[in-house]
Design a protein around this ligand. Structure first.
Ligand code: ATP
Ligand code: MG
Length: 564
């Protein structure tokens, strides 16, 4: 079993209150809310990644822990990038992670009419105006972090004129980009987001849900606080990059007639080494066909991780262990793998599979005989039962488990040495057979008929190898994955970052026959090799297995060393 990582890495939010839980408990104690209401608000413009997983676990767990509820709200305010495929995959992924939102499924687009009415209210109050500056001019007038912005010449349009123009924007009187609706706040604010932010833009794009009803669409910073308030959200939890947006969030709600004002709280995003948490980057990988799709097992998407064989319980455990903080940092990918292994070790069915086979002939074993040995399905869980493993005269072992001449401390097979075959006999190699090119093609061995499951009379057999019977072996394809990126931190350049070694396909692998019962979602440990799961590409003729993780845990070891 893997060593338990140090306390610093596994702070339990259940035992020590994180800052978000402190706020919530204080609010509840002060009687501010009868119950808490939180939400997970994805934009349906891509598949969810494990960073979203952190936000999902956080919000749904808060609802569970404090007896409140968590809404799933699609933030579908940008029709150009949004698709039904993503709306569906996001729901699949949240459910797969183990959370349920029903009956609280919402779409920001359901609020388009209300959002429009609130915009009219802001115009009436003199707090919003239609600006006809070009996009470049809007940018130019905004100023820089060190120089204040300038007022647009259209800023002082009358309420009547603004109402008329905004109605015309809605009815399609203007071309895309001809004008925008802006909040009238402060062009000299040190916070650039408060320099009269855009609330609405004109965009003729077909919306997945509202079709062509609208040609104006609200901006995120305007739609989000109002959507939250309409749903009675108490705590609107988002990532740190929204800290600067908070004054705008509050400004919107302070200036419209709505009697709910959720509290926005920001926490640090999850970042992982050797991968990237950005839909934009992930989309580029998909578009460039460097991966097979959003659910490619190398992707940090929840769909990719599911296909890779990561158990949802392991992802939840990981998200809980890393906790929530206010400081951005990068998590070691190995820390995620630690939780994957912990979970897989408990549930994976053990099987013997030879990835790179070399033939073994047992000269003193009868030609036609087959013996069936019993092996545990999972020594961690005796209730999983056993399976039968056939043994015969011709077997395969791993090519790498043999050396013609054994180097020091090589306890596997070499000429003259003896090893145990797992669940079966001990064998000794007598001779190697080579082809014309000098390549070893066969090992001639003998077995000790008395060595079955016995401790041996004084003989020390150090190595135990996995093997399969040639006549019974099932050919499989094994897909061996490595990190998506070549280096721990992305350079932002897709082609420089992408690890060309991230997938190796082994076509000659052979499995023991019990593997034939494998179905998608099953977890296996191929003895001495790693954790694997069947891929949906499998056919009855050729099962395909994805490597979920190696057996070795480098992260826990590293942690241990660092903490010594
Ligand atoms: P991306 O940058 O990958 O496109 P996003 O923040 O634009 O992500 P959204 O669909 O808007 O994606 O995110 C939905 C929710 O998930 C938001 O509340 C967001 O803060 C949260 N979230 C996104 N990425 C992470 C992350 N890496 N860690 C934690 N939470 C995240
Ligand atoms: Mg976003």
């Amino acid at each position: 079993m893997d060593a338990v990582p140090s306390q610093t890495a596994t702070q339990s939010p259940e035992t020590s209150l994180d800052f978000i839980r402190e706020i919530i408990e204080a609010d509840l104690a002060a009687g501010k809310h009868a119950q808490i209401v939180v939400r997970f608000p994805p934009e349906p413009n891509g598949y969810l990644h494990i960073g979203h997983g952190k936000a999902i676990c956080l919000n749904f767990r808060l609802a569970e822990q404090y007896g409140g509820r968590c809404h799933l709200r699609f933030d579908d305010t940008n029709p150009a990038k949004e698709e039904v495929e993503f709306v569906e995959s996001i729901q699949d992924d949240v459910r797969w992670l183990g959370f349920e939102w029903e009956p609280h499924l919402y779409f920001a687009s359901d609020y388009f009419e209300k959002l429009y009415e609130y915009a009219i209210e802001l115009i009436h109050k003199g707090l919003a105006y239609v600006d006809s500056l070009s996009q470049e001019d809007v940018r130019e007038y905004r100023g820089t972090p060190t120089t204040p912005g300038r007022n647009s010449p259209y800023r002082d349009r009358s309420v009547t004129e603004n109402l008329e123009l905004f109605k015309q924007m809605r009815s399609g009187a203007f071309a895309d980009g001809a004008c925008v609706l802006r909040a009238k706040i402060d062009m000299a604010s040190p916070n650039l987001l408060l320099r009269d932010p855009v609330l609405y833009r004109i965009k003729r794009a077909h919306h997945v849900r509202t079709a062509d009803t609208w040609c104006i669409y609200p901006m995120y910073d305007y739609a989000h606080p109002i959507s939250d308030a309409l749903e009675g959200i108490t705590h609107s939890i988002c990532t740190l990059e929204y800290e600067d947006h908070r004054p705008l969030y509050d400004w919107v709600l302070d200036n419209i007639s709505i009697d709910c004002h959720p509290r926005q709280i920001e926490f640090a995003r999850l970042n992982l080494t050797y991968t990237v948490m950005s839909k934009r980057f992930l989309r580029q990988l998909v578009d460039a066909k460097l991966v097979t799709g959003w659910d490619d097992p190398r992707m940090p998407t929840l769909a990719g991780m599911r296909r890779r064989g990561y158990p949802p319980a392991a992802i939840r455990a990981f998200c809980q262990a890393i906790g929530v903080t206010k400081a951005n940092s990068v998590c070691d990918f190995g820390q995620l793998e630690y939780y994957i292994r912990q979970e897989l070790n408990q549930k994976a069915t053990r099987r013997m599979v030879v990835l790179d086979p070399i033939k073994v002939v047992i000269e003193n074993y009868p030609e036609d005989e087959v013996e069936w040995f019993i092996g545990d399905n999972n020594p961690e869980n005796p209730a999983d039962g056993t399976r039968e493993i056939p043994f015969s005269r011709t077997l395969y072992i791993e090519r790498d488990d043999f050396r013609e001449v054994a180097p020091k401390k090589f306890f596997r097979l070499s000429v003259g040495s003896e090893v145990r075959l797992k669940h079966a006999y001990c064998i000794t190699c007598r001779e190697v057979v080579k082809d014309e090119a000098g390549e070893i093609i066969e090992l001639r061995c003998v077995y000790d008929p008395h060595s079955r499951g016995q401790t041996l009379d004084g003989r020390v057999v150090k190595g135990t190898l996995h093997w399969v019977s040639a006549a019974h072996a099932v050919p499989i394809e094994a897909r061996i994955y490595d990190h998506l990126l070549r280096q721990p931190v992305s350079t932002g350049d897709l082609h420089a970052d992408f690890n060309p070694e991230s997938l190796k396909v082994l076509h000659a692998a052979l499995a023991e026959p019990a593997i034939a019962y494998a179905g998608v979602g099953d977890a296996f440990q191929f003895l001495r090799i790693g954790y694997f799961t069947p891929d949906p590409d499998s056919t009855p003729q050729k099962p395909v297995f994805n490597r979920s993780a190696t057996l070795k845990d480098t992260w826990a070891k590293l942690e241990k060393r660092l903490n010594q």
